[in-house]
Design a protein around this ligand. Structure first.
Ligand SMILES: *Cc1c(COP(=O)(O)O)cnc(C)c1O
Length: 454
């Protein structure tokens, strides 16, 4: 979309406010609300100046954190709805955006393969996970919530909030997991589909049968990786399909449209497989059986006020980019995944860089190939590559650094010397479709910097 078209659709969304207001009798804005045009312009000029001090999240040279701007259609829809400012805490806060929320949540539930669901949008993945853990604790009040050391750091914190005990557990070691489950002290396992650090997909399809055998709930934290579900049903999928295809067996799911769903921040989503968990929210009648059509939004959300504009933005985005593999969002995700595969291939054939492990999604972790190949040396060169890339005067490159346990590297690379408990490595998140074309240039720049430093 060119800039001109963007300006046009934004203007349309601003004009729509006049059409809305024209349904009612005009009135004069109170003098207490009036600011002079000149003052408003000068405030916005100062804001613009302050905002210059940001990284170029929009640009393919930015491959650092999981940040990119929303799609213009999401921005226009958000602005259009936000001027009315509906509140999706309850139906009368804005019936149209409440209806849109139900529609988009249904589309997401269908994407995962839920045949029935209870769910809603949230302000974030953290809040969505909090709800799932809160329900999990209500079902198994005296048992622990378990997750791996790679789970998002907020799970442990939220266990403290809901006063549930938690347990860190290695989810790649199924024997160990089973011996823990046999003890009967774990009530819920959180499985991460796309860890925040490395984009690793935990072996959900292997964990689920064990969890079922021991009557343990499974929560899928798909905040980052959830939309890669779209690629799992392809004939020749470019993600490992098994974990994705078993998400529908999980008791609850969290996904963040504000990560891979082209949305502005303020858009997470939680889904429950058993709609009857609605009873935990509804305090006045805890034993009623609910159908998914009876309980909505405010009644089944921990949060009260939520932007109806978020639902409008996601609704409009999914109209333009449906949840399909060969069109819409699937096309975008395929490009990001192929960018990571290409990046991974280039790094593994490089004489100056080593990839840590094959990427499961679109995040690639790599480190300088140096002698001595020790934790302290790798950390120091990593820092240098990171800052040199970012501070290049002509076309800088933005990566991120990431800290991993040195023992983890040593297990994968026997020549590695773990002279410090943790090692800083390089991390690139290739979450823009333009990255597919941009990866060779990114690689050329980064490997040139690495070669000059080693
Ligand atoms: C980002 C993320 C979260 C937290 O979500 P927020 O929207 O940042 O609050 C939780 N889990 C995983 C796996 C994530 O990637």
């Amino acid at each position: 979309m060119t800039e001109l078209q963007f300006r046009e659709i934004i203007n349309k969304s601003i004009e729509s406010q006049l059409n809305f207001r024209n349904h009612w009798k005009p009135f004069t804005t109170d003098s207490s609300l009036v600011i002079e045009q000149q003052k408003a312009e000068s405030i916005l000029a100062s804001l613009e100046e302050r905002l210059q001090n940001n990284y170029p999240f929009f640009h393919p040279s930015y491959a650092g954190q999981m940040i990119k701007p929303p799609h213009p259609i999401a921005i226009a829809a958000y602005v259009m709805a936000m001027q009315i400012n509906p509140n999706n805490h309850a139906l009368d806060g804005g019936p149209p955006t409440a209806a849109m929320e139900m529609e988009v949540v249904e589309q997401i539930a269908e994407m995962f393969g839920y045949t029935e669901h209870l769910g809603h949008l949230t302000s974030s993945g953290t809040i969505a996970n909090l709800e799932a853990l809160w329900v999990a604790r209500s079902i198994h009040p005296n048992k622990s919530i378990a997750f791996s050391s790679n789970a998002h750091y907020t799970h442990k914190r939220m266990c403290e909030v809901i006063q549930s005990s938690s347990k860190e557990i290695d989810l790649s070691n199924l024997e160990l997991l089973e011996s823990e489950l046999r003890k009967g002290t774990i009530g819920t396992i959180v499985v991460t589909i796309g860890t925040t650090g490395t984009g690793a997909v935990e072996p959900l399809h292997k964990i689920l049968p064990l969890a079922k055998r021991y009557g343990v709930r499974v929560h899928a934290d798909c905040a980052y990786g959830g939309f890669f579900m779209l690629l799992a049903n392809d004939n020749d999928p470019i993600v490992s399909p098994e974990p994705f295809l078993s998400i529908k067996e999980c008791d609850s799911i969290v996904i963040d449209p504000h990560k891979h769903g082209l949305q502005p921040y303020g858009c997470g989503c939680v889904l429950f497989k058993d709609i009857n968990v609605g009873k935990f929210y509804k305090h006045d009648s805890p034993y009623t059986y609910f159908t998914s059509k009876e309980l909505h939004l405010g009644e089944i959300s921990l949060e009260c006020s939520r932007a109806g504009a978020s639902a409008a933005a996601l609704w409009a985005t999914l109209q333009a980019f449906p949840l399909k593999s060969n069109t819409g969002l699937g096309t975008i995700l395929k490009k990001t995944r192929r960018a990571a595969l290409k990046w991974s291939e280039l790094v593994s054939s490089s004489s100056s860089l080593i990839e840590l492990a094959r990427p499961d999604l679109d995040i690639v972790i790599f480190l300088p190939r140096i002698d001595p190949f020790s934790a302290s040396h790798v950390s120091s060169i990593t820092e240098k590559i990171f800052s040199t890339g970012m501070n290049q005067s002509d076309s800088p490159v933005y990566l991120a650094t990431y800290t991993v346990d040195s023992s983890f590297i040593a297990n994968l690379h026997p020549t590695f010397i773990p002279d410090s408990p943790v090692t800083k490595v390089l991390r690139s998140v290739l979450m823009k479709p333009e990255h597919e074309q941009f990866v060779p240039e990114l690689f050329r720049k980064i490997s040139a910097i690495a070669e000059s430093l080693i």
